[in-house]
Design a protein around this ligand. Sequence first.
Ligand code: MLT
Length: 257
Amino acid sequence: MLKFQEAGGIGTPLILLHAFPLTSEMWRLQIEALSNEFYVVAPDLPGFGASSDFESAPSIEQMAREVAALLDELFVPQPVILGGLSMGGYASLAFARLFPEKLRALILCDTRAEADTPEGKANRDKMIALAQSESGAAVVEQMVPKLLGETTKNLRPDVVKTVTRLGLAQSDVAIANALRALRDRADSLYLLPQIQVPTLVIVGEEDGITPLAAAQTLAQNIRGAKLAVIPQAGHLSNIEQPEIFNNIVRDFVRELP
Ligand code: MLT
């Protein structure tokens, strides 16, 4: 079973799925701020943080299945609000496809519906080779500057340090396996018009990995979806602008039908 952090205990379940190459720890400021209103559960996806590695071939779909299994283990009876950032967003889309009955609402943050392009896949292969020939740390060092927006990199060395530390603590195997899962993930564009639950799309305006255009594609193709753009934030918008991020989530949930 996936390891997880939980807080709150009462209120609507809010499940938060983290980005690559991080852990549930990236949601610390959401867990602290939102657990007075929600039952917040933040799992470590397979291989990351305290969770063990994939037992079968690594895939985004398997991540979604393990999240569903965790909800069963936790006896979460009602449909959940599922929020995922980037890789966590891919897993959230897979969850929406596999377990629509378990969903109350979706929050897709700094993510995209499209599969990797051939060039993107070739780059994943290079990164996997780097993780194997050198280390996962070498991958993390290349990734971190892309994860954060220019504003954060210029003004918030503490955030750069925290994100780097979190990435460097992950194992070589976890990093290589997640890269395989990211490379091989299915295209979810076709799924978007089938999503029936209220959906919020969030993107940092300085996100260079999954930019505004990717968020617009999500919001335009999911019926009734709302789009929120967070200023002065890059790809890790929840860490870079936590208060704005948390307020957007609260407002969205308060307006749920
Ligand atoms: C992530 O933040 O989870 C990754 O950047 C996702 C990706 O590389 O596609």
